[in-house]
Ligand binder design. Structure first.
Ligand code: HEC
Length: 137
């Protein structure tokens, strides 16, 4: 390679490196924005405060750590902190309000054999509980 060719090659190399860096940076920014812009999931007719009371009454906290619920410090299931930012439910289905309500009513229907038992939670209670979990940012 003559000096000129080497210079051109070096320039192309730098240009490529910069392009790749810029692309990487914009992907990172996009990820961060989507994490911050996460909307609070709305469940029509549900009452998060009632949900918190139900969580305590049913005893979800014997198996889960749940912020804001007294004595909810169980370690059998995963901690439910930051729930509104979680992507999956039990690694099985997307974390959407409809799926979460179903999970709370009948986890065994979504993942047969899971260690979380069906607890006989009614749909209205499941909606209230889901509303509470989505307040956990
Ligand atoms: C007997 C223990 C037990 C009780 C009681 C229990 N869970 Fe669970 N729960 C689990 C286990 C274990 C898992 C993990 C299931 C899996 O990944 O297959 C789980 C998973 C979950 C998940 C998904 C967690 C994740 O990280 O994806 C949510 C949400 C949840 N439970 C909510 C509740 C609510 C609300 C109640 C009360 C109505 C409750 N659980 C009661 C054991 C329990």
């Amino acid at each position: 390679m003559r000096t000129n060719e080497r210079t051109v090659a070096t320039r192309i190399g730098w240009a490529l490196a910069l392009t790749i860096l810029a692309a990487g940076a914009s992907i990172l920014t996009a990820c961060r924005q989507s994490a911050n812009a996460e909307p609070v999931q709305m469940i029509p007719g549900a009452d998060a405060q009632r949900g918190a009371a139900d969580i305590a009454a049913i005893g979800c906290g014997t198996c889960h750590m749940i912020p804001g619920i007294k004595d909810a410090e169980g370690l059998v299931g995963p901690p439910l902190e930051h729930w509104s930012r979680r992507t999956y439910i039990a690694g099985e289905v997307p974390n959407t309000p409809a799926m979460l309500i179903r999970w709370i009513e009948t986890p065994q229907a979504i993942e047969p054999g899971t260690a979380m038992p069906n607890l006989g939670v009614t749909e209205q209670r499941a909606r209230d509980i889901a509303a509470y979990l989505y307040t956990l940012r």
